[in-house]
Design a protein around this ligand. Structure first.
Ligand code: ATP
Ligand code: MG
Length: 567
């Protein structure tokens, strides 16, 4: 490609809402442009990168026995009603009607569509297993689309669905997909971790996420410093924390006047008791399909609530904050909430089970209770606390640390969650009808374009790994009016093309500095500068990653670059 013919509208302008490097550089480098909130066009360079990622994914999936299909993007509401998800999915599901008043949604994920495709076409265990995938548009009307391609509303996903005769075969495929995903993300040059993930309200027996490590990631992951354990904070476990001190001794159960002492810190210094022995109450409003209620979550004062765990504990669709007025209406006094004589639902963190010497709120203004003994109380105990830096690994007791990650893939053991309600059945060896046992496997293809740059950039622009770079070599002609320079560059360009090396010739009649800035911003892995030194028989080779320059005799440059690329 000649730069002068290419549609690569680079710009110095940084979009107002762009804060992350991937968002800034992908727009400034002319890879993408924003159409509307969370909706992007892919320009030629962006499309090349996207297709390269897509091809790597396809190659690995196909060699693991998966088959590519393409399903409709617009899906009938009826399927969503039958699977029971129509109401549950909330506002992310974009619903609309056609001219005949038929209801449709833009597919945010395609379990229903894929089950309907396989249903009645695969009827016997002899046709199983089957793993079908597509690389196609998704639409989710995200509450907060942001960070460019990282959280779009319209985005490209690889979504795969496998069908099995039994649980055991599904687990075999799940493992195969984990291995295949690891190959894919390694080929993309990413530093990633495979983490245990939340299985949500759907349940299911297992789920893992693939997290690209990056400070800008929206997910928090818990990683053990000593063993392989890694989990999304939403699903992370820990060993029961050790008490920091002996439990305080109270002579019995008593109400204590604690004027204006509301926070855990205030309470801790008032009583000279470690937060570990204080009962913290977090109030939330739980939203269900057709109702809502206030729920209290009790934890140690030294812990924080993990909202996904809390939401799963009560099977809510969402948890939202509650106002003080709403609390008061339910007989709760902010700052003084405790577990006694409650009229609302409550859940206690499992680490508190058996605890006998706590201090808690008295549900009365300016009063707390000492000697709170949970063993004398009927309650639901569930893990609702967030793992903290320094907690102990549930597997090896090593130290747990927290990192930020970008979720680029997700594999999930679905079981019969969709096949059962949608009545997708096959005949087993004994002629008995059974629902398919399923797995589902996703990759954020367009999100990957940005995730790669989050991990690979500097203060000048993108640094593309060889495997997905839009072009490998940028030949920069310092002065296109210099015939010798231009002729040499053109010959080199043709020689590289003959060697099947993806090359772009910057033949624009622009200043040298301007062209180098574009090279750095776009992030082609290598540049060859054809400039004044050509008179002495020399050109310069630049490595985008290190920005190191090497002077190479002009007759050696072709072999030099071939060596670089093949290394
Ligand atoms: P997230 O937690 O980031 O919202 P998710 O868990 O809802 O993602 P999945 O349903 O697991 O997403 O979808 C599979 C993959 O699709 C994700 O692993 C992610 O890489 C990608 N993806 C999901 N939502 C978006 C989005 N809004 N924009 C771009 N990619 C997305
Ligand atoms: Mg996910």
């Amino acid at each position: 490609m000649k730069f002068s013919n290419a549609f690569i509208p680079t710009t110095k302008e940084t979009p107002k809402d762009a804060v992350l490097p991937s968002h800034i550089y992908l727009i400034r480098g002319g890879f993408i442009n924003q159409v509307s909130s969370g909706i992007y066009n892919f320009l030629p360079l962006g499309k090349i990168v996207l297709d390269k990622i897509r091809n790597i994914i396809k190659e690995e999936l196909d060699s693991s026995g998966c088959q590519e299909v393409q399903l409709g993007f617009v899906t009938p509401c009826d399927m969503w009603e039958r699977s029971g998800r129509f109401g549950k999915y909330g506002k992310e599901l974009l619903r609309f009607k056609d001219r005949r008043d038929n209801c449709f949604v833009l597919g945010p994920t395609h379990e229903e569509m894929m089950v309907e495709l396989v249903k009645n076409r695969v009827t016997s265990y002899k046709q199983l297993p089957l793993n079908l995938y597509q690389i196609h548009l998704k639409f989710r009307d995200e509450a907060r689309p942001r960070f460019g391609l990282l959280r779009g509303r319209e985005f490209l996903m690889k979504d795969g669905y496998s069908f099995h005769a039994d649980e055991e075969d599904m687990k075999r495929e799940y493992q195969l997909m984990e291995d295949t995903y690891k190959k894919i993300f390694s080929k993309l040059g990413l530093d990633f971790r495979v983490v245990e993930a939340d299985v949500g309200a759907i349940g299911g027996s297992g789920s893992k996420e693939f997290m690209v490590l990056a400070d800008s990631g929206e997910d928090t992951i818990v990683v053990c410093e000593s063993c392989e354990y890694a989990a999304n904070i939403e699903a992370a476990k820990r060993k029961k924390p050790q008490p920091p001190t002996e439990a305080p001794e109270f002579s019995g159960f008593a109400k204590f006047h604690t004027p204006d002492v509301k926070s855990i810190d205030e309470l801790s210094s008032f009583f000279h008791v470690e937060p570990y022995y204080l009962l913290k109450a977090v109030a939330k409003k739980a939203i269900y399909d057709k109702s809502e209620e206030i729920v209290l979550f009790f934890l140690r004062g030294s812990d924080e609530l993990q909202e996904t765990k809390a939401q799963n504990a009560i099977g809510a669709n969402e948890l939202v904050d509650v106002s003080e007025e709403e609390l008061e209406k339910n007989g709760l006094v902010p700052g003084f909430i405790g577990p006694y004589e409650l009229k609302v639902k409550f859940v206690i963190d499992e680490d508190l089970k058996g605890e006998k010497s706590l201090i808690c709120g008295a549900n009365e203004k300016d009063y707390h209770i000492i000697g709170c003994d949970l063993t004398k109380m009927e309650a639901d105990y569930t893990d609702i606390a967030a793992v903290k830096e320094g907690d102990e690994c549930p597997l090896c007791s090593g130290k747990l640390t927290l990192k930020k990650g970008i979720e680029v893939g997700h594999i999930f053991q679905l079981g019969t969650r969709y096949s059962e309600p949608l009545e997708a059945m096959f005949l087993d060896e004994n002629g008995k009808q059974k629902p398919f046992v399923m797995g589902t496997y996703g990759i954020g293809v367009s999100r990957l374009v940005a995730a790669i740059i989050e991990q690979s950039h500097d203060d000048r622009g993108c640094i593309w790994p060889i495997s997905v770079a839009p072009y490998l070599v940028d030949i920069v002609v310092s002065n296109v009016k210099d015939e010798e320079q231009f002729e040499f560059a053109k010959t080199l360009y043709n020689n590289l093309l003959n060697k099947n090396i993806e090359v772009i010739l910057d033949d624009r009649n622009e200043r040298f500095g301007f062209k180098m800035k574009d090279f750095e911003l776009i992030g082609f892995p290598y540049a060859i500068i054809v400039g004044k030194d050509l008179k002495e028989g020399k050109v310069e080779f630049v490595d985008r990653k290190t920005l190191e320059k090497v002077v190479v005799p002009k007759e050696e440059i072709l072999d030099f670059i071939i060596n670089k690329i093949n290394r």
